[in-house]
Design a protein around this ligand. Structure first.
Ligand SMILES: *[C@@H]1O[C@H](CO)[C@@H](O)[C@H](O)[C@H]1NC(C)=O
Ligand SMILES: *[C@@H]1O[C@H](CO)[C@@H](O)[C@H](O)[C@H]1NC(C)=O
Ligand SMILES: *[C@@H]1O[C@H](CO)[C@@H](O)[C@H](O)[C@H]1NC(C)=O
Ligand SMILES: *[C@@H]1O[C@H](CO)[C@@H](O)[C@H](O)[C@H]1NC(C)=O
Ligand SMILES: *[C@@H]1O[C@H](CO)[C@@H](O)[C@H](O)[C@H]1NC(C)=O
Length: 427
């Protein structure tokens, strides 16, 4: 009798313990607490690399060489695409050119390619990263058409004539997206080589399709989607961190932030909610572990930095960096300057040093320039068209004007020095 009671008592105690203590993460998994990342109980701050093209390489030796170069630059986290989707009509070309693809769309039910030209390439990247002390952020789809984003789901499931934002509400699309998310999460959820899952690259109300009336300031459509999807991912994987992958747009209702051009005030979509995100609110979601934002003022404000404006790209960037540091501090969560770029070597040298100094001063946990450049790739003799205009030319990884190669010493050194500062702030 008393032994039965003892068993019952033990079970009750175990239950009480389970409900009050969150199970601790497995060894080697990064977590966040009080505005900081932690790796095995010690602070973790770093420089990251963006390289969407790494899983598109066809030879494992080139993947290893790239990781080795990243490691020697002090990089600790790599952000890449966890998606590569094509239409059925593109399969023949893909096979011929060696293009990596994970999903094929021939109908409203995409088909998985987990073969050697499919997810096995991503497997190699995920499994190899740890050998070089690197962890990955994997994004599940793209706001833009590049490498098979949201527009494929919309075209094949909802059909022509829909706006971009139906992606966030159409139940069949949500289900299809979640089927893909489950595939990737279940494949890698036990790996300490995953740093975090990313719901989308640069989610917005509009994409290559226009936005509709359901996605306007105040509807919080994206915030609801982030909440739904982050809860879904958490239900599959209790331990890895989750983030948005967003550009970090604000919805500041009480402040009309803008810029002056030719004597006219222009309200800024990055602050007035028009783009779709609400950075402050999104960061408070329970299963969004940290914030991300991107920074491309030269591209976002092409009419500025010219006579008629009192605007400078450098100052706008500093304002944007400070604004996200302040918001992250308020939410008590870490933030990543997850993509940024300007064109021109001299611009890069002058502007990046100012921006990264401020990012370090404001305790950014991770700084990721767009994008990592690799020289000396061997595949296909060092010349290969990948997709769109992306190509490996004379062994150099694709360059969209933003790539930073090691031979660009001044710019390269900015980031290797930042990596040293971040290492000194880590355990
Ligand atoms: C894929 O097919 C859909 C439907 O036919 C089409 O609308 C879309 O433009 C195609 N996308 C690409 C990248 O070829
Ligand atoms: C999709 O259709 C193409 C022809 O357009 C065909 O070659 C391919 O095998 C199909 N793929 C799948 C996965 O059904
Ligand atoms: C630009 O000019 C406007 C109008 O004179 C002023 O209110 C604003 O503060 C100026 N912005 C900067 C960044 O100097
Ligand atoms: C450097 O930045 C200025 C100002 O935005 C721009 O006009 C110029 O084209 C940039 N230089 C290069 C080489 O891209
Ligand atoms: C660095 O390498 C790239 C790619 O091969 C090349 O285009 C560029 O001219 C090189 N830059 C310098 C400064 O040597």
């Amino acid at each position: 009798m008393w032994s039965l009671l003892a068993v019952l008592l033990c079970e009750l105690l175990a239950l009480a313990g389970a409900s009050s203590v969150k199970p601790s993460s497995p060894k080697g998994f990064v977590t966040q607490k009080n505005g900081q990342f932690e790796l095995d109980g010690k602070p973790f701050n770093f420089v990251g690399a963006n390289s969407y093209w790494l899983p598109l390489l066809t030879t494992t030796a080139d993947v290893d060489a790239t990781f080795k170069e990243m490691q020697s630059a002090g990089i600790k986290v790599l952000r890449t695409w966890g998606f590569n989707a094509i239409n059925g009509s593109e399969v023949a070309d893909a096979l011929q050119s060696g293009l990596t693809y994970y999903q094929v769309w021939n109908s409203s039910d995409w088909v998985l390619n987990d073969g050697p030209q499919g997810l096995q390439r991503l497997d190699y990247v995920v499994n190899t990263a740890g050998k070089y002390g690197i962890k990955l952020i994997l994004a599940f789809t793209n706001n833009w058409v590049g490498y098979g984003g949201m527009e494929l789901y919309i075209n094949w499931i909802a059909g022509a004539g829909n706006t971009h934002d139906v992606f966030y509400t159409n139940p069949k699309i949500v289900q299809s997206y979640q089927r893909y998310v489950s595939t990737i999460v279940n494949r890698y959820k036990n790996s300490p080589n995953i740093f975090a899952w990313e719901m989308m690259n640069e989610a917005r109300c509009l994409g290559d399709l226009p936005s509709g009336p359901a996605c306007v300031p105040g509807t919080e459509l994206l915030t609801k989607w982030y909440q739904q999807q982050s809860n879904f991912i958490r239900s599959l994987d209790p331990f890895h961190m989750i983030t948005t992958g967003g550009e970090g747009h604000f919805y500041w209702k009480d402040k009309n932030i803008g810029f002056w051009f030719d004597g006219v005030f222009n309200s800024d979509y990055n602050f007035n909610g028009q783009a779709g995100e609400d950075f402050d609110t999104d960061l408070t979601l329970p299963n969004v572990d940290f914030g991300t934002y991107h920074l491309y003022p030269q591209t976002w404000y092409p009419e500025l930095d010219t006579p008629g404006s009192n605007f400078s790209i450098k100052d706008w960037g500093s304002f944007w960096i400070q604004a996200h540091a302040t918001a992250a501090k308020k939410a008590n969560k870490p933030v990543l300057l997850e993509e940024f770029g300007v064109t021109g070597l001299q611009n890069k040298t002058e502007i990046y040093s100012v921006w990264v100094d401020l990012a370090l001063k404001t305790k950014h946990a991770g700084i990721f320039p767009w994008q990592f450049g690799m020289l000396g790739l061997k595949e296909d003799g060092g010349n290969r068209l990948i997709k769109y205009a992306d190509a490996i030319i004379d062994g150099a990884s694709p360059n969209d004007g933003f790539a930073i190669y090691k031979n660009q010493t001044a710019v390269w050194n900015i980031f290797t020095n930042v990596a040293k500062v971040q290492a000194s702030r880590s355990g």
